[in-house]
Write a protein that binds this ligand. Structure first.
Ligand SMILES: [Zn+2]
Length: 156
């Protein structure tokens, strides 16, 4: 288990070092958080979910970016259990498994983005949620039961 009490004796992680997971998305974007206390642990634990994060980038985020035609600004993707709890996320959130991302798009409202993605006949996902200030997208099958895929709704 990662013990935050050991954080002071651990090497400094270079949080600017990055690895591309798809054409437009990097591992750094998938692990970032504004909750600075959780960042180092989030970066370390995300490594268990590289495969899922790569799939998220290639099968959900790249297609969503193509539908919108503009860059997606990731606000939260992978979340360690502690970060997820701090953010009040659901206990079974796909963010915990590197299978979901929240994002915004510059100069477009989250609702416009969500509606545009929802009406795309090509986009595949588990959940596509309009959560007020951002859009949440998660991987569908085989990461999520088929009966629980293509769920698009508003969570306000
Ligand atoms: Zn989310």
């Amino acid at each position: 288990m990662f013990n935050t009490k050991n954080a002071t004796i651990m090497p400094k992680f270079n949080t600017t070092k990055t690895q591309q997971l798809s054409q437009h998305f990097s591992l750094r974007e998938m692990t970032k958080t504004s909750q600075k206390d959780f960042l180092a642990e989030n970066i370390i634990l995300a490594n268990q979910y590289i495969f899922e994060l790569s799939a998220l980038c290639n099968y959900a985020l790249e297609p969503a970016r193509a539908v919108i035609g503009r860059p997606l600004i990731i606000t939260s993707a992978y979340r360690s259990p502690k970060l997820n709890a701090a953010l009040g996320g659901a206990e079974n959130s796909q963010h915990l498994k590197g299978q979901a991302a929240d994002f915004i798009v510059k100069d477009l409202s989250a609702k416009e983005v969500w509606q545009k993605l929802k009406s795309s006949p090509f986009l595949r996902y588990g959940q596509l949620l309009y959560e007020g200030g951002w859009v949440h997208i998660s991987l569908g099958a085989p990461w999520r039961p088929l009966a629980k895929c293509q769920q698009a709704f508003e969570v306000l």
